[in-house]
Design a protein. Sequence first.
Length: 327
Amino acid sequence: ASLEVSLSQPTRTSSGSERSLLVSEEMRSLIVEKGPGPVEEDPDALVKGWLQREVRGGVKTPWLRPRKYWFVLTPDSLDYYSSNERGAKRLGSLVLTSLCSVLWPDKQTYKETGFWSMTVFGRKHCYRLYTEHLDEAVRWVCAVQKVIDSKAPVQTPTQLLMRDVEEHCGSPEVLEQIYRCNPILRYTSSPLYAPLLPFPYGSLDQSAPGPHSYTTLRDEAVKLFNSLQQLESQQDPVPLIQGILQTCLDLPPLVDEIYCQLVKQTTEPPAPGGPGDLHYWQLLTCMSCTFLPSPPVLRFLHFHLDRRVPLSRGAQCWGGAGSPGRR
């Protein structure tokens, strides 16, 4: 089934004019992929050279010796070709944005394979590259990281719509149009396939100490939304709530994401005041007593509470207009 979030089209209204931005931009169209093509003399090339890329085989040969390709780093992408001759076929391209990440070479891989490895994570691709020389690996890693650092921060549709909501909080008709035209802001029974907020691609050093094992922030954000949906049908929501709070404690960057997910799931739910909706509000209450969101998310949360909770009840449950506090 198609995901409502990735197929809806948010309408942004500003100065009386409407601007459209695909909700799927951060997942799909925001990054323009290059198709296969011939190698050309690129005046914008930052680094060129031969590198070996990991090639995976079948079940009997799960890992083969890396194959050598001609790599070219430009201000926008990391491309590789069949050779360095003019007209050689471009075999692949990894578009670089602020969400990409790169892992430095490590001694353990060198001891096991005889190669210094470096990994570049993109939206759709992951390039695991190898070279026999440490200085060459460091040169490539530094160059790729410099390109990533030069990119403007990627904004997700949710972030853009949060800004629109804040800008038009005094215009009820415009706000209703924003919410009506953008399902990404409302409750959904479908799963999320990407976070509501931007997180880097790849597996960085994000694991928490202790018995808990985590993957990437993007994956954990999607898993948390799945946990929220399970929360709706739980007779005893406490264990799941505790697990979600523990994840936020271990991975602080996910705090804003959970707040956004909870605001989404408590906006126009199918059964307001029902058990599932109540569990969401219980978790939101626990979050507000434990974690302080960033200023943009905090403002969005305050607006949501004013919109969903009657003033007298909101003042009792949330301490008026004050900020959620830390435990």
